[in-house]
Design a protein around this ligand. Structure first.
Ligand code: CA
Length: 219
């Protein structure tokens, strides 16, 4: 999944880019409105994170032009502008959601999932392989079609692994997906979680790749 990050602030941009990549996103980062407009015209993004106060062209203008072209890519506006008029104007122009800075990264990810689901329709709420799927709406796992409930951490673990079946995720990447920033994580937390997960979904569903991390074998 590819996200266009439009942010002129170096520090925010860098930390968002890093966090998004750890969350399994491919990120294209641009720092002004004109580059944002041309990147959006090229297309191919699952969603766009759009700052409003930008050099060369305001984020609101980028959004207005994209919608005028018929570009329906989900756009989340990220901004410190909390005025009611700004919110209304951008939602009316076709922003899918509006996130005020500063925000919790996990909430941003959840909002990204929500706007993507809304755009795709509920038929696309399943991710994973034929044998192992995750229902993003009910937060259940489907093992050969049989549904099982998951805890929040089990869901986060499987979501990370099943977004890109076959991709190896390191311990750091998984911890980043499962635990919040600043949360205390014991050194074997991921192992314990995967051990429990294997009892639920079968011993071979999540494979360890020695020294690198874990992966789900694509169907
Ligand atoms: Ca800005």
């Amino acid at each position: 999944m590819r996200v266009l990050l439009v942010e002129d602030d170096d520090m925010i941009g860098r930390s968002l880019m890093q966090a998004l990549e750890s969350a399994g996103w491919s990120v294209d980062w641009v720092r002004d409105g004109l580059l944002a407009q041309s990147a959006m015209s090229d297309g191919g993004y699952t969603c766009v994170l759009l700052d409003l106060g930008l050099p060369k062209q305001d984020g609101t203008e980028v959004l207005r032009r994209a919608r005028e072209r018929g570009d329906l890519t989900p756009v989340l506006v990220l901004t410190a502008r909390d005025g009611l008029d700004d919110r209304i104007q951008n939602l009316d122009l076709g922003a899918d959601d509006y996130v005020l800075k500063p925000f919790e990264f996990r909430e941003l990810l959840a909002r990204m999932r929500a706007v993507i689901r809304r755009r795709d329709g509920s038929a696309h709420s399943l991710v994973g392989t034929l044998a192992l799927q995750l229902d993003l709406t009910t937060r259940e796992v489907l093992i050969e079609g049989e549904r099982e409930a998951l805890t929040a951490r089990e869901f986060a673990l499987l979501h990370a692994l099943l977004e890109r079946p076959g991709a190896i995720l390191s311990r750091d990447q998984l911890e980043h997906r499962i635990y919040g920033w600043g949360e205390e994580v014991t050194s074997n937390a991921v192992d314990v979680l995967i051990h429990g997960m294997r009892r639920k979904i079968g011993p071979d569903a999540i494979r360890n790749v020695r020294g690198l991390g874990w992966r789900v074998v694509p169907a």
